[in-house]
Design a protein around this ligand. Sequence first.
Ligand code: FMN
Length: 189
Amino acid sequence: MATIGVLYATRHGHAGKIAERIAHQLREGGHDVRVVRCPVLFPPKLDVASLDAVVLGGSMYLRHHPPELGRFIRRHRKELEARPTAFFSVSLSAASTNATLRDSVRRLVDARFARTGWKPARTALFGGELAYTRYPLPLRLVMRAIAWRGGGPTDTSRDHVLTDWQAVAAFADEVGVLAAERTGGRRAA
Ligand SMILES: Cc1cc2nc3c(=O)[nH]c(=O)nc-3n(C[C@H](O)[C@H](O)[C@H](O)COP(=O)(O)O)c2cc1C
C-alpha cells in the first residue's frame, strides 16, 4: 500500500470532484489517499515528504492554472522530484471537438512545467464543467459563446459535465502503479 496525496486547485469545484474520483479509484486499489484543496492564499496542509506519490491538479482560467498551484510546485519542487508525481488539468478546451483548441491546452500545460522546472511522470487533460446555472448572467453569455466556438453545449438552462470519467479512473490506475512500484509493490490486504 502506498500513501498518496491528491492536491487540487479550483474555482467552481469541478477539479475537486475529479480529485475525489481519483482518490476513490486509488483507494479501491488499496492505497491510503489524502485529498487536499490548495487554498488561494495559504499553503495547503500537505506534508509532501510523508507521501509515496503526489497528484496535483487544477482547472484552467483564462489560459492559466490557479497561481496557488504554481506556488506550491515551486516551494516543493525538490520533494516532488524525489517521488512519483502526476498532474491533471481541467478545462473546456480539453473536451473540445476542435483539435487546435485541444492542442493549445497541451502547449499551455507544457509551458507551465517549463516555467517551474517540474516534470510529472504522468499528465492528463480532462474536460471540465460548464456550470451555466452558477455563473452570473454576463459570464453565462460569454461562456456560451466560448462553448459554441469549441463545439460545446450551449443550453444554459442546466450545467454540463464534459469529463470522461473512465479516463480519470485510468489515470488514477496509472498513478497507483507508479506509487506501488515505489513502495515495492506492497498492497493492502
Ligand atoms: C471565467 C472562466 C474562464 C475560463 N477560462 C478557460 C480557458 O482559458 N481555457 C479553457 O479551456 N477553459 C476555461 N474555462 C473553463 C474551466 O476550466 C472549466 O469550467 C472548469 O471545469 C472549471 O473548473 P473548476 O470548477 O474546478 O473551477 C474557464 C471558465 C470560466 C468560468
